[in-house]
Every structure is written in structure tokens, then in C-alpha cells.
Design a protein around this ligand. Sequence first.
Ligand SMILES: [Zn+2]
Length: 217
Amino acid sequence: MSKYLYILDAGHGGTYPEGHKDAGEYVTAPSKRSPVFDGVIEGFERGFRYNEGEWNRKSLQHILEECESRGIDAIDLNEGTWKDIPLHTRCRKANKINVERRSIFISIHSNAAGNGRTFNNAKGNGVYIYLKSSKTTKVFAQCLAAHYIDKFEGITKWRGIKERNFAVLRETNCPAVLLETGFFTNAQEVQKMMTHSWITRLAEVVCDAIEDFEKSL
Ligand SMILES: [Zn+2]
């Protein structure tokens, strides 16, 4: 049993599931998907685009499984839904859980840059914390940074720990971080992001960081 419960939050909605009248349709804002691949990139179909909400869910699932195999207590805040849960609902749910058992909130995202219609060169991984975050949040973010740097060396850039006034960081009562792993607006990077190796690396970063953090307590 871990000292904290790790609340995993898949940022943004996914796609309507099989059987739904809008099956395959994307649920959240258009800014949360990549430009359309024009078919010249190997391995991708013409018209393909990366959906952040889907990737977040897949990553969350891998992190959950890795946590389970290491004896780290973790849950999916949104219980596998494909819906785009409002930010205040996410925070309220997390705060309720944190009353029962002390928790750490981890929001899982991938990043975007530019106008959303064309690919560009921005790349890398980053950890976001609130402007006035607690010492515990800072320690956990440092643990994540160390493992991001180590695991993604030679694969992508490390962009640092950044302080932001994001709702899920501000309105959660427990230590909270938001992870941006890769840029889906970078045609080269997004291809790596879809590989098993990238997603496995992310799960290892999170779980190695949790283990270091728990040892430091
Ligand atoms: Zn996002």
C-alpha cells in the first residue's frame, strides 16, 4: 500500500464509443487534435489525426497497470468515461476523494503549439504546477522531472517545471501536477508518441517518480 492515493485524470474528452449514434466522433474541442496527416508520412492513413483525449486515456490505462504491478494505489478519476468532464467537476471529485484518503492529483495531457492546422517544430515534455504550490507538490514535480529527463534522453527535449494558473492545479486541495508529454502538433514527435515504447516510458516515469517521492517522505 502506498502512502498516498494517486488520482489519475485523463485530460479532455475522447471519442463516442462503439454502438453510440455518434460512434467515432470526437467529443471535445478541435484544438485537442493534431492537424490532418496528408498521407505522405509512412504508417499513417490519409486524413488521420491524433486525438489528445484518446491518447490521454490510453496513457492513463498504462500508468494504472504499472501502478498496480508495483503496489502503488491509483485510480482513474473519470472512471474510463469518454466524456469531456468539466474542470470544476474533476476538482470537486478529487477533493472529495482526498478527504477520505490523502491523495496526489496527476492530470495527463499532451501538448500543442501553433494554429492547429499545420504541423510545427515545438517538442518536448514538461510538468506544470500551480503558482503557489505546496512543498509536497514541488518535491513530487522534481521526482517527475528527474525521471522524464532520464527516460526521454535522446528522444525528446525536457522543457522544465512550469508554474501555471490552471484550474485543475488551483482548485484541487491536494498536491497536483499536470503532465504534458510530447507535442501532437509536431509531425515527427506525434508518431513517436503513438508507439508502445513512448507510452511505456511515460508509465515508468510516473511510477519511478512515485516510488522516489514515497521514499522521501
Ligand atoms: Zn491537454
